[in-house]
Design a protein around this ligand. Sequence first.
Ligand SMILES: NC(=O)c1ccc[n+]([C@@H]2O[C@H](COP(=O)([O-])OP(=O)(O)OC[C@H]3O[C@@H](n4cnc5c(N)ncnc54)[C@H](O)[C@@H]3O)[C@@H](O)[C@H]2O)c1
Length: 382
Amino acid sequence: MDMKPYAVVEWNDTESSAKGWLCIFNFVNNYSGGGTRMHPTVTREEVIRLATTMGYKYKACESTTTGGCKGGIAYDYKAPDAKDVLRRYIVAMAPYIKAGASLGGDLGVNYGDVLEIFDDLGIGLPQTNAMRNDPVVQQGIKNHDDACSLTYDGFLMYDMITGYGLAHALDEAWQFKNGKKGAGVVIQGFGCVGASMANCLDKMGYKIVGISDANCLVSCPEGLDVKKLIATRKPKGELDQAAFADNYTVSANTSWLDVDCDILVPAALEDVINKDNVNDVKASLIVEAANIPVTAEADEVLTKKGVDICVDFVSNMGGIRIYEALVFGIVDKIPEDIVNDTTSLIRRNTRKVFEEAKKQGKTQRQVAMEIFAPDTSDTPDI
Ligand SMILES: NC(=O)c1ccc[n+]([C@@H]2O[C@H](COP(=O)([O-])OP(=O)(O)OC[C@H]3O[C@@H](n4cnc5c(N)ncnc54)[C@H](O)[C@@H]3O)[C@@H](O)[C@H]2O)c1
């Protein structure tokens, strides 16, 4: 039987048109974790799909302490009252958060804002009674709090770890495919994930030939100056078009699949590769930085085309791994150790999935869903 989400909670804001949901896919050891997203297009269905992905993601992250959940708010994350809406959403969901649903940041929601609101409400970092009585976890929570202000390569660690993990997944898969050196990469999205991933890939010697954000697509076959684009980046992950070089081409962000590339990285929204545009995919490898960026219909077409996929929950789990590793005492708060812990786990899992897929004649997604099938839910901590 297909596993169903354990609980779905709906909320209507009394002071704006915002609507929101919390889906707890599963509790493991009475605990569940996942980000909170804010975007006008968020739906109940999307939050359930994202929470389900989180259930798989915690398994891929080798967690024995946490299941998957997701928060979603249908509202414009750029609206002046976006943070007030977030606060009211968190107040509404506080009973579930206090009972072990640990929410973080996601598209349109900054993790720092979530933690600030938790602190204001006296929640602190959400935890179960067992966690409160465990000295290792209490030390881990202190380490986590300290790690929130740690930086690595000029990024806050919580902002870079997912992107760096993804860059390592990409590199492991590309090596498995015997791909050429200096392969061309197009990235959709230049927020926490897209920008840090671009930085890591640039350092590894990949050529970033196209980047899109909410406003435009910028491309250059010779490669974009990633460092400059990061240094000039505006809030909310927006490119500064004034910083573009003369040989860059600027076009509509919807034309991101037109750019010739070896590897494609959707790092913004869900369902962006779908039946309407899947035949425009030129790359031989897709790395799912965003959650659920490829629809089921597009997946079938990509399988027929022989396009390989680094599956979202295997590759983009850096953000939850760092939380798990710190809070549950798997690593100390040393930036090098944290990055090595996450990137080496993601490399191991990526290789395992690619090898098994080849051996069994299945897609990477089929194999990953078998290897990392989530546990049946237990209960909240009451
Ligand atoms: N932040 C994390 O640790 C993390 C972890 C796992 C998965 N993800 C997923 O990665 C994706 C990006 O997350 P983030 O934290 O970087 O978000 P973010 O809010 O920091 O950045 C989002 C980026 O997407 C761009 N964007 C928005 N609409 C777009 C469009 N139509 N076309 C092209 N670009 C567009 C924005 O301009 C911005 O550059 C989300 O799907 C999120 O669920 C994030």
